[in-house]
Every structure is written in C-alpha cells, then in structure tokens.
Write a protein of this length. Structure first.
Length: 287
C-alpha cells in the first residue's frame, strides 16, 4: 500500500509497515506507520539528526490516501494518557514535547485559550494581523477555512509565517507606508513578491529593534479577544551574515503560523476541550 505526505514544498512517499513503535516512553505493539522510500527534496532523512517525521494533527489527516491511526491517538487510547500535548520550540536548539501534560515551569504567564475551529490541522479563527497596533486592514474572512482555503493554523512543520496574498500585500503596504526609513523596506529587497528577502548584517546595522512587532488577534475561549506578539528578532532569520524576512505569501491558506511564530510561546494542544492555549515562553528545557 502506498502512502504520501506533503507539506509546503516537500514530500515523502513509500509503503506502510507494522512494528512496535515507541514514542516518549510509550510503546505501541503492531502499530502501522509509513516507510519512506522516496523524498523531495532528496536526502532529508538519510543522515542524522533527522530520521523521519511524525504528525500530531487530528486523525483526519492520516489518510494519504490510506487511513491509519496516528501514534499519539494510539497512545491516548491504550495508555490512559490525557488527550493533550504541549510544545515549545527554540530558534536553534530544537524543542520539547510534553505528552499528556502542561509544564508550568515553561510558562511566563497565564494561558490564553482559543477554540480549535477545525479538527484537521490545529486551525484557529485569526481575527486580525497588526503592525505595532495598526491593523493591516483586510477583512477577517480572508483567514477563515472554506472549501478552497485551509484557514489559519499553527504548524511546527512550517519554518516561517505565511499568509494569503491579499494579506501579504496589505502587510507590505503598511510597512512601506510607515517604516520606509528602515533598511530594505522600500527598495523591494525584503518585501519581495515571493517573500523572504534578505539584507546583510552591515545593511541592518543596529536597526533590528527599530522594526515593529507583529501582532495576531484571536477570539478568547471565554469572551473578548487576546493578542499574541511576535518581535522582529523572531520574524527575521539571522544566518550566514544576513537577516532574511521570515514572512511570505501562499495561495490556498488563511495564515500558517510556523516556527518563527511558535518559538515565542508555550503552546497547549487541548484536544479534550477542542482548544489551543498560548503562554509567553519562559524556558524550553526538559523539566
């Protein structure tokens, strides 16, 4: 039986196998999983540290095209584990996955909860994107899930922050209207049509903290709204003596909040109550 999994510009395919699978100290006998035979780009899982990929989304996504029970679902069903996991990421030192628990030692404050709007990915109802408190000015329905659009969701399998082309254009316009004095903003270098433009360390100078915060507004689980803040030190990728903008457009989505967003928070995936919780990240180490 062949199976295929794709995400963004990458993909894998192969056959299904069965074996005892151990994850986070829990072992599941006769568990079905995919055996990677082909991958794109090539050689992603041939050598350490990556040996494969594991999905923690809802069971609906485990049909590619053959449906199997995801490993986390099997752990919950057979090991009396609470149907909840928490996650934190770091820019350069991996992250920590807490199975069936919330580690308050990783939290710098209270948890803000928002409902899961679709049990497929970890979709949420994003209401607005702001730049230093100023809305980019597109209607919220552009972020919603429809027959043709996945919607807004968090995804540790995506490195950057992606939004639909309309929102990306509005974001670009607001930056160029209000922050043209900052390097790379108004010369088409950072905000390229495909996103992810770069400037050198010399061009950036000491300006990284002069770039504005990005803010994402969500409905609160109980009432009202709350805002999650992503600083420029997170939405810029600093590597190889360059600063590259970790923002870009993508068709068929509302907004994908990838690693650059997620590394600022301790994120609780509460599948019992169909909600996602965010707390400002205090530390991301194994307790």
């Amino acid at each position: 039986v062949s199976t295929q999994s794709t995400g963004g510009s990458s993909g894998i395919s192969g056959t299904l196998g069965t074996d005892t699978v151990c994850f986070a100290g829990y072992c599941i006998p006769s568990h079905t999983f995919g055996l990677i035979e082909n991958e794109y780009p090539a050689a992603q899982f041939v050598s350490p540290p990556q040996d494969g990929i594991i999905g923690l989304a809802h069971e609906f996504n485990a049909c590619n095209p053959t449906c199997t029970t995801p490993i986390f679902d099997s752990i919950v069903q057979s090991k009396n584990v609470t149907n909840l996991f928490s996650l934190c990421l770091t820019p350069d030192s991996g992250g920590v996955l807490d199975i069936g628990m919330i580690d308050t030692n990783k939290m710098a404050g209270a948890i803000h909860w928002t409902p899961i709007s679709m049990k497929r990915w970890y979709n949420m109802q994003l209401l607005d994107i702001q730049v230093a408190g100023v809305s980019i000015g597109v209607p919220p329905f552009l972020y919603y899930t429809t027959n043709a659009v996945i919607g807004a969701f968090i995804d540790s399998g995506t490195s950057v922050i992606l939004t639909n082309p309309f929102a990306y254009s509005a974001l670009t316009d607001l930056f160029q209207k209000s922050y043209c004095n900052l390097p790379g903003v108004c010369n088409g270098v950072l905000f390229t049509p495909e996103g992810g433009g770069c400037i050198t360390e010399a061009q950036m100078g000491n300006n990284i903290t002069n770039f504005p915060n990005l803010e994402f507004v969500f409905p609160d689980w109980s009432s009202g709204t709350f805002t999650l803040v992503v600083p420029p030190t997170s939405y810029f990728i600093h590597a190889n003596k360059q600063y590259c903008l970790g923002l870009g457009p993508a068709s068929g989505i509302g907004t994908v909040l990838g690693d650059l967003f997620m590394q600022n928070f301790y994120i609780v995936h509460d599948r019992v109550n169909s909600r996602i919780g965010f707390s400002v990240l205090k530390s991301c180490t194994i307790s």
